[in-house]
Design a protein around this ligand. Structure first.
Ligand code: VGL
Ligand code: ZN
Length: 202
């Protein structure tokens, strides 16, 4: 079965010192590099927002981590992060994936956030990744990166819905963990039939 490794949002703003730093986020970098060396097909995703994006608290003059209702439903508001073309939006400088074949940028529509690498948060706007993976005859995905409880989880759940076998390498992920969101994410992924692994031999 053909497998793709998808490395999610290993960007400066999600690492210590970044605008939406995930605790210990940079710990995933060497682990993602090792995974990339072990896979033939590597896909990178990048959160890539225009300035004034609707997921930014500053756009609504509200506090970060509050929520608002947008056209597609409830949306958590974040500090400004991963603004197109900025240093914070670049991949971590130690991410070493020279053979990566596809880069998927998401969250580019000012009005719609996108946690999943497949569909934006309106659940219908496609990023194009599924089509690309289908053309490459990929049936199984290995996921790692940031953050376990947002972009990794939404990508994993959409991938299951689309019919992929999915393994999330928890040792190569780190979480934001807002109000128990990490535990909720692990449960949701388990229920959806995602294999949660830590890289130890089975
Ligand atoms: C992410 C919050 C906002 C993520 C992206 O990559 O998990 N989280 N934008
Ligand atoms: Zn974002």
């Amino acid at each position: 079965m053909k497998t793709a490794l998808v490395l999610i949002d290993v960007q400066n703003d999600f690492c210590p010192g970044g605008r939406l730093a995930v605790p210990d986020g940079d710990a995933v970098v060497p682990r993602c590099n090792a995974l990339a060396r072990a896979h033939d097909l590597v896909v990178l995703t990048a959160d890539w927002h225009p300035p004034g994006h609707s997921s930014f608290a500053s756009t609504h003059r509200l506090e970060p981590y509050s929520t608002v209702t947008l056209s597609y439903g409830e949306q958590v508001l974040w500090p400004d992060h991963c603004v197109q073309g900025t240093e914070g939006a670049r991949f971590h400088e130690d991410l070493d994936t020279p053979r990566a074949r596809l880069v998927v940028r998401k969250g580019t529509d000012p009005a719609i956030d996108s946690y999943s690498a497949f569909f934006e948060n309106d659940r219908t706007t496609s990023t194009g990744l599924h089509g690309a993976l289908q053309e490459l005859q990929v049936e199984r995905l290995v996921l790692a990166g940031l953050a376990t409880d947002f972009c990794v989880m939404y990508t994993a759940l959409d991938a299951r819905r689309l019919g992929y076998e999915v393994e999330v390498r928890l040792d190569a992920c780190r979480a934001i963990d807002l109000d128990g969101s990490l535990n909720a994410a692990l449960e949701a992924m388990g229920r959806a039939g995602v294999t949660l692994s830590d890289g130890a031999p089975a």
